[in-house]
Design a protein around this ligand. Structure first.
Ligand code: DGY
Length: 382
């Protein structure tokens, strides 16, 4: 029998409680654990409802505040690691599911598909789903690109949604994550990167299930909404440089089904709002740091200080830019964080204006091609 965990912070309690009821009703689930970042209103609402849900279902429904475990900003990483600690120390569940608390399209099918893949022997099951061609911009340009550059011969760049929060782990995987000090230190948004890394580096077998229904959830405004996540995901990834990862991992990806017109037509972020940020508030220090980058990037982006310009940031320029970031970036220097954001925003806008405008199917093809090309180039260097 399995446990289901929902890490949450300031969510709509109606959505979370609906998801809790769905989870407890599943025949494979014996326990649901809601881990709150703090005792907010959502926490109070779930705490009030939990005893009734437990009584009427005959299952365990628990709610707790996350522990302070890691060394980074206290965030989702502490939530996920707190749940693992609790479940491994106090229960005998062989399988632990995680789901983001804000999924509007959550249903028993998410649990069933994960359980079926685990029944066939896989140690990790990760859900992936269709996303707009201009959504998942950290996934594509930071995480998958970075895994390709740092670990080109591993399965890491081939994980469909390495930042996904919907997954199942068997107990052996949970124990490995708890025993890895790098994973336990990662208390912030970098946790998904670290979990994905540790699953592949630990040689666990991985199955990716395709959830055609998608993950209907809250959308973003300008890319500035993703700034903290961007910085934390990049720093988590760059700290892994030099780590060793086996070349062979049993990894199966379910074939993708047809993608709905709604997903294909959706624009993932506010383009005008993001363009304005490119020219906004350059400091002298940031302009100096730009000197570390290749000529094409310097000459392309320098005029952005007055009028936003981005098309210089194509696949090749981003590959070279990423190498400079891996080599030179200092997390304690706020100017580096500002410049990281600006370079990534330029990359996302360039892709939006030159690739995504040409249609969903071509855009997805080109993103996959970019990752393959980075793997080939990086494997050739090492
Ligand atoms: C990503 O890039 O996957 C983040 O969730 C933001 O969309």
């Amino acid at each position: 029998m399995s446990a289901v965990v929902f890490p949450f912070k300031r969510e709509d309690p109606e959505v979370l409680l609906k998801n809790v009821r769905t989870a407890v009703a599943h025949p494979r689930v014996r326990r649901v654990v809601c881990v709150g970042a703090e005792e907010d209103e959502c926490f109070a609402a779930v705490a009030r409802a939990a005893p009734n849900i437990a009584r009427s279902s005959g299952k365990e429904v628990e709610i707790c505040v996350q522990e302070r475990i890691g060394t980074k900003r206290p965030g989702k990483g502490d939530g996920m690691n707190s749940a693992l600690r609790y479940l491994v120390a106090n229960t005998d569940h062989e399988r632990i599911h995680f789901y983001d608390a804000d999924i509007l399209s959550f249903s028993e099918e998410w649990i069933t598909k994960a359980e079926e893949a685990a029944d066939s022997g896989y140690q990790v099951v990760r859900h992936y789903f269709p996303r707009a061609s201009t959504d998942a911009m950290i996934t594509w340009f930071i995480t998958r690109a970075g895994f390709a550059i740092l670990f080109p011969r591993s399965e890491l760049p081939r994980i469909e949604q390495p930042l996904g929060g919907e997954l199942l782990l068997t107990r052996a995987v949970a124990e490995a994550l708890l025993a890895d000090p790098r994973v336990q230190a990662q208390s912030d948004w970098g946790i998904d990167t670290l979990y994905t890394f540790a699953m592949v580096a630990g040689g666990f077998s991985i199955y990716e299930t395709y959830m055609g229904v998608g993950k209907v959830h809250k959308l973003y405004g300008s890319l500035a909404d993703l700034r903290t996540m961007l910085v934390e995901c990049f720093e988590a990834l760059s700290a892994l440089a030099g780590a060793s990862v086996p070349g062979t991992t049993l990894h199966h990806v379910e074939y993708q089904g047809p993608v709905s017109e709604a997903v294909k037509a959706k624009v993932g972020y506010d383009i005008d709002g993001t363009l304005a940020l490119l020219a906004d508030g350059w400091t002298e220090r940031e302009a100096e740091l730009l000197d570390h980058f290749p000529l094409a990037v310097r000459e392309g982006l320098n005029p952005s200080r007055r009028v936003p310009r981005v098309t210089c940031m194509d696949d090749d320029a981003w590959y070279d830019t990423y190498h400079v970031l891996l080599r030179e970036y200092h997390s304690e220097d706020p100017a580096w964080r500002d410049l990281l954001f600006r370079l990534w925003a330029a990359r996302v806008l360039a892709y939006t204006f030159t690739v995504a405008v040409r249609g969903y199917d071509l855009a997805m093809y080109r993103l996959h091609q970019m990752v393959d090309c980075y793997c080939r180039r990086a494997a050739g260097r090492s």
